[in-house]
Design a binder for this molecule. Structure first.
Ligand code: URA
Length: 253
């Protein structure tokens, strides 16, 4: 079982790896920087959004635009602040023009998210919107049917309570969604107060490698046959012919 400091150091190592990631060539070319995620490396509560937007790409921090301001407010309403939680996204790079993440990009980036979950070890993960909900539930059911209903799932190697919420960006424009998001948020403290979910048994150590059948003894190297050459009496080579003088070397043209 890794200590808190070891998990934090490992998270920093994952950050260093992600910072120079080129798994998605288009995103690597168009991003200003990778938005790895930010917050408490030992948080009980983690949020997973969709992908960085223009402001996040500029600052390297998730949820710093208008949707982020709403997220800060919602956190404040339940007595929490950014340093209490960890915030990440399905993608760590901004899709150009804020287009939807592509399936291949989601797949490429999901390994970073799994490692973040395993190292931060949150008890509750709030997915924000459809992309993170579908990814972490490995199911296409949409957020409208799932929001506000917690379930225990194994993500990476960790059992967590997954609590899907509407994306704050969607709630910015639709009053009824904002009311629903507020009501769902209000249930977070009770969820955090529950006993942590029971963890699955640690993954079995890898099977010992099956020994390879002994290889046949290598063929003996052929012994070079040395042929005695008739001995020649030694005659020193004649001295080289003097080189014809090079006109240029002599300064003559
Ligand atoms: N929307 C997201 O999903 N993530 C961000 O980081 C910002 C806006």
């Amino acid at each position: 079982m890794a200590t808190k400091d070891e998990r934090r150091a490992e998270l920093t190592a994952v950050f260093r790896e992600a910072r120079v990631c080129t798994r998605c060539p288009e995103l690597a070319r168009t991003r200003t920087q990778v938005v790895f995620g930010a917050g408490n490396a030992d948080a009980d509560l983690m949020f997973v959004g969709e992908a960085p937007g223009a402001k996040e790409d500029e600052q390297g921090i998730p949820f710093v635009g208008a949707a982020g301001k709403l997220l800060d407010q919602l956190l404040g309403d339940v007595g929490l602040a950014r340093p209490d939680v960890f915030i990440a996204n399905v993608l760590r790079c901004r899709p150009p023009g804020n287009r939807d993440p592509l399936p291949m990009e989601i797949e490429n980036c999901s390994d970073y998210l799994m490692r973040q979950v395993e190292l931060i070890q949150p008890r509750v993960i709030c997915t924000l919107g459809n992309f993170s909900t579908k990814l972490l539930r490995a199911d296409p059911t949409g957020i409208s049917r799932l929001h506000g209903q917690a379930e225990i799932l194994v993500i990476g190697q960790r059992a967590v309570r997954l609590y899907p919420l509407f994306h704050p960006a969607a709630a910015l424009y639709t009053r009824s969604l904002l009311d629903t998001l507020r009501a769902d948020f209000a249930r977070l403290p009770a969820l955090l107060a529950l006993d942590p979910p029971e963890q699955p048994p640690p993954a079995a150590p890898p099977e010992p490698a099956v020994p390879e059948p002994a290889l046949a003894a290598p063929e003996p190297e052929p012994v070079p046959v040395l042929v005695e050459l008739p001995r020649q009496p030694y005659e020193p080579a004649p001295p080289p012919e003097p080189e014809p003088p090079d006109d240029r070397q002599l300064g003559l043209f």
